[in-house]
Design a protein around this ligand. Structure first.
Ligand code: FES
Length: 105
């Protein structure tokens, strides 16, 4: 599955990861700056806060209550496109997804 990270400064990183990888894992395993993933993907830290590009808004799995609650703890401003990267598994429907990284975690 192709995923494109865009940093707060506009730098693009394009990766190919296996299906089922989370957005957080894709970034951490490939050394993409801007995602920390402190809790290891348990929706307990909000250091995997990302913004999903509007073009893919209707393709991501809906947000869960626990995820929404944890987003309140994110360092950077949260908006309608905010998600926890660890809660989104990359499947074929998200091939080519563009993920914008916040300035800090
Ligand atoms: Fe901790 Fe996503 S890695 S909430």
């Amino acid at each position: 599955v192709k995923i494109i990270f865009v940093s707060a400064s506009g730098a693009r990183t394009e990766l190919d990861v296996s299906e089922g990888t989370s957005i957080m894992q894709a970034a951490v395993q490939n050394g993409v700056d801007g995602v920390i993933g402190e809790c290891g993907g348990a929706a307990m830290c909000a250091t995997c806060h990302v913004h999903i590009d509007p073009a893919f808004a209707d393709k991501v799995q809906p947000i869960a209550d626990i995820e929404e609650a944890m987003l309140d703890c994110a360092m950077s401003p949260v908006d309608a496109r905010s998600r926890l990267g660890c809660q989104i598994a990359l499947g074929p429907e998200l091939d080519g997804v563009i993920v914008h990284l916040p300035p800090s975690q």
